[in-house]
Ligand binder design. Structure first.
Ligand code: F0G
Length: 352
């Protein structure tokens, strides 16, 4: 029983450029594929959650960041920059620290979850708030890194990011012994759905698996450019991680959907919050709101008859619930503390 070596070491032969790398790693990847009995019961399918919040900085971004930061190291870069709705910045900050590099992050002012901001600050990133949304931040990051080529861009427009993130598909197939029938995931900038689809295709092309899943990409209704077929200039959603109106990997997402016979769906904030609470209260898995979009999408797809009974369905839950405590506590009534007294506990529990 040896310990998980991190995803570059685990899948080195399948990662472009990584053959001789000494990785910048926090031992990311190897995340649990957790059976979801309640969702299985609700849908008549065999549903699993790919719990990406179990990565070192609490989101799937670490898969891409170990690759992007190792690549940056071998290119001799001293500094990296990203635009972020929060998770990319937390991950970039952590991996830059491991690589001994400077990290700067551009974030939409007032629109990132508190846990993510705390991470970026603690991990030593130069945090720059921008009067604009994620799309403005990404455009700005592209311009800065093009004017100052010594600074590496570590958004998912960096090909090493997508390459690393595809390993989640490998892990899922390795555990199931086959590809799932349906794979659902939240879609913002669309790098992750592009990466998963690449991973599934590569395993199939090499004969590791025999089939491909239908890809279900779920966007927040107020930020659903791929569903609408046009960019959204003022994206809005409670799921701040996917508050994105002009996805950089637009073509990758469309290819994943079309080649797989999949679909894009929009989930309203109400549907996202319902799924968010359901996964926590009934599956015991606390994810951040954006992550619950995949689950909301699966429930809606089931209601429409899009899923066939008995199919194997994997939902990627992309980030840890601790990232966004404010949304978790939204609308919670303030309850008075009790005396240090067993009778008071029993009374509160209505046992007496
Ligand atoms: N879920 C979470 C928790 C995310 O943080 C993101 C993206 C997504 C889903 C969507 O993934 O962009 O590959 O389609 N977060 C980026 C960030 C934008 O800056 O942290 P995508």
């Amino acid at each position: 029983h040896s310990r998980w070596p991190g995803l570059i070491a685990a899948y080195r032969d399948r990662l472009a450029g990584a053959a001789d790398w000494e990785p910048v790693t926090l031992f990311e990847g190897g995340t649990p594929l957790v059976p979801a009995p309640r969702l299985s019961q609700l849908t008549g399918c065999e549903v699993y959650l790919k719990v990406e919040g179990a990565n070192p900085t609490g989101s799937f971004k670490d898969r891409g960041m170990t690759m992007a930061m190792t690549d940056a190291k071998y290119r001799g870069q001293q500094a990296v920059l990203c635009a972020s709705t929060g998770n990319t910045s937390a991950s970039a900050a952590a991996y830059a620290t491991r690589a001994g590099m400077t990290c700067a992050v551009l974030i939409p002012q007032g629109k990132i979850a508190m846990g993510k901001l705390a991470q970026a600050v603690m991990l030593g990133a130069k945090v720059i708030q921008v009067e604009g949304n994620f799309d403005d931040c990404l455009e700005l990051a592209r311009k800065v890194t093009s004017d100052f080529p010594s600074i590496g861009l570590v958004n998912s427009v960096n090909p090493a990011r997508i390459e690393g993130q595809k390993t989640a598909s490998f892990e899922i197939c390795d555990v199931l012994g086959r590809a799932p029938d349906v794979h659902a995931l939240p879609v913002g900038n669309a790098g992750n759905i592009t990466a998963y689809w690449r991973g599934y295709r590569e395993y199939r092309a090499d004969g590791v698996t025999e089939t491909l899943p239908r890809m279900l990409g779920v966007q927040a209704a107020g930020a659903a450019p791929l569903v609408n077929g046009a960019p959204v200039s003022h994206p809005e959603t409670i799921a701040t991680a996917i508050r994105i109106g002009a996805p950089a990997s637009w073509n990758g997402a469309v290819a994943a959907k079309e080649e797989s016979g999949g679909a894009f769906r929009a989930a309203t904030d109400e549907e996202i919050l319902h799924a968010y609470r359901l996964v926590a209260a009934e599956e015991g898995v606390f994810v951040e709101p954006a992550s619950a979009a995949s689950v909301a999408g699966v429930l809606a797809a089931h209601a429409e008859g899009w899923l066939e009974p008995g199919q194997t369905v994997v939902c990627t839950v992309t980030g840890n619930g601790l990232k966004d405590p404010d949304t978790a506590l939204l609308g919670m009534p303030e309850v008075q503390a009790i005396q240090v007294d067993p009778v008071a506990v029993a009374a509160r529990l209505e046992l007496a």
